[in-house]
Design a protein. Structure first.
Lengths: 251, 444
């Protein structure tokens, strides 16, 4: 289970508080959505979960399966099953996608006490998962994300997730910039990964994605706190009313 | 003005050393005269220093504190195993090998027989035999600002490879020219290669400058004169591992005929002071050249790449890509000049030099220059220096890749873009492995 308790986060370099006491629990096997207007702190929450530098946790904690995530380096978190699908995936020139995938997979396997995959085993796995996401073989040979379209980059995030088999999947605005067909492909990829020992946190501005990835719980975030939680119908209600109610209170 | 009167200790020693060894250097009377004239040129100029534009960032006068005694042959001990060890990953390359130890050709360490399509003469033998053509040819070579370094080469050169590839001949395996250093004492080793690739011929030639395990590094002055004939292609690579206390002054002077192709690559690492001069001149239309390289500097190493590409005729294409990685107080210099003469319409030139800085104390001086006198050309250049991208590191770490591995992968991929310019897979693999090992020294 993911437990976020009274999380306060500010920017490390400036005196700007972003999260002001976020509390949230995502049990294994469930999909939770965090929705909210721009600037509400959604992406900060995602980055802090993954361990990006530049943020300072001033109060609160994050536990994953009872372990304190905030004390771990990003690669340790990955080994413990934490995965962030980036809103803006990073281009890595010169590193072929397959090389990247294999280096990452073997690193987490080593850390998890599993044996590394042989080249044929790895290729079979990577190609198999890529095929399910409609990712062509030649893309796997290209440097990771370099010159990829927006849709290709998002699919590549899901491919990495499928190959690395994390147990806590955090998806940050995975539908942004995607046309409806791409949303469907990406969502199908996420839905295939739903499992009873896996928790998912889907961060999104729009309700659209939640038509495809149906959440068990929806949390509305505004002004750096969770303002309201409910079932999937909460997302539909928000679609009609918008975030005005929350923004005015926050102001 | 009394400038000429002040000479450094090293400059004086170079002139004195010449007097001491002149009678033992190879060549007939005409060559001896040429050498004498050359040391005279050097004595008048002295070592290049920072007030000479081309040497602003690499002041040889202050960098070369002493002149080591010149190697003039003798009983250098070296076995084939010693050479293999020093060659690292290039030892396994399927290549025809010509080995020079302390500046002297060693037939017994070289591959027996002769490559089909190639004529080889040791420079010492060529100098002894011919007082006319070879000698004359050598002395005509010069380059602005580099007269002193070239004159020193002419004065002291002991040996090298004189290679001729016959018209339309193709060398089936690469030719590996190995310049190894042996012995416990540092010496000045001066070599010269003359490479002539005939019309329509093709060859891969790799120069390697190494110090045998346990031997002292020293000073080197190496010069290669290259002619790529009409329709010919030369893949020319160099690997310099001269040693931390070693200095390496090298000059490549290449001319290209009509529709010729010249692909050059230089890897420089583990070298105290390196100055790599590359001069390439298009003499025939519709030719292409690609000059690339990779330099890795640590401690207080200083690696300078200075190149001049001269588009003297129309419709030629030039590409340059250099990638460097610097740590500690290492410094690198890149000076890239592309000249497009008034007649050289339809010139297509692109140049890029990029450095990855692993330390705040490292320094990169970059001076790209375009000198364009024609109006219908496409030319561009760029230069960057940056640290390892923090976003890339975080992205990789978030996928479980530990920080040291993420850094290594990013650095390898950075230089990989230059190493990928080597088109032969076997050659590329060997250079890549050597670079990877040297990178581990930088980051470890």
């Amino acid at each position: 289970m993911l437990e976020i308790k009274n999380l306060h986060v500010k920017l490390a370099q400036e005196d700007k508080q972003i999260l002001q006491g976020v509390s949230l629990q995502v049990p294994k096997g469930e999909v939770h959505a965090v929705m909210g207007p721009n600037g509400s702190g959604k992406s900060t929450l995602a980055y802090v979960l993954a361990g990006r530098e530049g943020y300072e946790v001033t109060e609160g904690e994050i536990l994953w399966n009872g372990e304190n995530v905030l004390e771990m380096e990003p690669e340790e978190r990955a080994a413990k099953g934490v995965f962030l699908a980036f809103q803006y995936p990073i281009e890595i020139p010169g590193v072929a996608t397959l090389t990247f995938l294999r280096t990452a997979l073997n690193a987490v396997r080593r850390k998890r006490g599993e044996t590394e995959l042989t080249t044929p085993e790895f290729m079979k796995r990577a190609r198999g998962e890529a095929a399910k996401l409609g990712i062509a073989d030649d893309i796997l040979k290209r440097p990771l994300n370099v010159g990829f379209s927006g849709g290709e980059k998002k699919r590549m995030e899901i491919l990495q997730m499928a190959v690395l088999e994390p147990t806590l999947c955090v998806l940050d605005e995975t539908d942004s910039g995607l046309d409806i067909d791409a949303v469907r492909i990406v969502s199908d990829g996420v839905n295939r990964l739903k499992a009873k020992d896996r928790a998912m946190l889907v961060i999104t501005h729009y309700q659209r994605l939640l038509n495809y990835i149906v959440p068990d719980r929806v949390h509305v975030m505004a002004g750096g706190v969770i303002r309201k939680s409910g079932g999937k119908e909460l997302a539909l209600a928000l679609e009609k009313s918008g975030y005005a109610e929350f923004e005015s209170k926050a102001a | 003005m009394t400038l000429a009167a002040t000479r450094t200790k090293a400059e004086q020693a170079l002139s004195q050393n010449f007097e001491a060894v002149a009678s033992k250097l190879p060549g007939g009377r005409a060559i001896a005269e040429a050498r004498k004239a050359a040391i005279g040129t050097f004595a008048a100029l002295g070592l290049p220093h920072r007030r000479i534009e081309e040497w602003k960032y690499t002041d040889l006068r202050s960098a070369l504190k002493e002149a080591l005694p010149p190697a003039i042959g003798g009983e250098a001990k070296a076995t084939a195993q010693d050479i293999d060890r020093a060659l690292e990953d290039l030892a396994a390359l399927d290549a025809h090998r010509l080995v020079f130890v302390d500046g002297v050709h060693r037939g017994e360490l070289s591959t027996g027989g002769i490559l089909k399509g190639m004529k080889f003469t040791a420079l010492a033998a060529a100098l002894a035999k011919s007082a006319d053509r070879a000698g004359e040819g050598l002395l005509r070579e010069s380059a602005q600002g580099h007269e002193a370094v070239i004159a020193l080469n002419t004065a002291f050169m002991t040996d090298g490879a004189v290679i001729h590839i016959g018209a339309n001949d193709r060398l089936e395996t690469p030719l590996l020219l190995v310049f190894a250093r042996s012995g416990r004492e540092g010496r000045l080793v001066t070599t010269r290669n003359i490479i002539d690739v005939g019309a329509g011929a093709q060859a891969t030639i790799i120069e390697v400058y190494v110090t045998l395990v346990g031997a002292a590094s020293g000073q080197a002055n190496a010069l290669s004169q290259i002619v790529v004939g009409d329709g010919a292609r030369l893949d020319h690579a160099k690997c310099t591992l001269a040693g931390e206390a070693g200095s390496h002054l090298a000059t490549w002077m290449t001319t290209l005929g009509v529709q010729a192709t010249y692909r050059a690559f230089q890897l420089t690492a583990a070298t105290g002071l390196a100055r790599n001069n590359l001069f390439a001149t298009f003499k025939g239309e519709r030719s292409k050249l690609d000059i690339s390289g990779c330099f890795l500097g640590r401690a207080s190493e200083h690696i300078d790449t200075t190149l001049v590409v001269d588009h003297a005729v129309p419709a030629c294409e030039s590409r340059e890509l250099f990638k460097g990685v610097l740590t500690d107080r290492a410094r690198s210099v890149f000076q890239g000049k592309v000249i497009v003469r008034p007649d050289a319409q339809k010139t297509d030139g692109k140049q890029m030099a990029q450095v990855l800085m692993l330390s705040e104390d490292a320094e990169f001086d970059s001076k790209p220059e375009l000198e364009i006198h024609a109006d219908d050309v496409v030319c561009g250049h760029g230069s960057t220096s940056a640290e390892i991208d923090a976003d890339m590191l975080f992205y990789m770490m978030s996928r479980g890749i530990p920080l040291p591995e993420a850094r290594a992968l990013l650095i390898e991929s950075f230089v990989g873009e230059a190493i990928d310019k080597l088109e032969s897979e076997a050659v590329r693999t060997a250079f890549s492995a050597i670079a990877k090992r040297r990178l581990a020294n930088l980051t470890g």
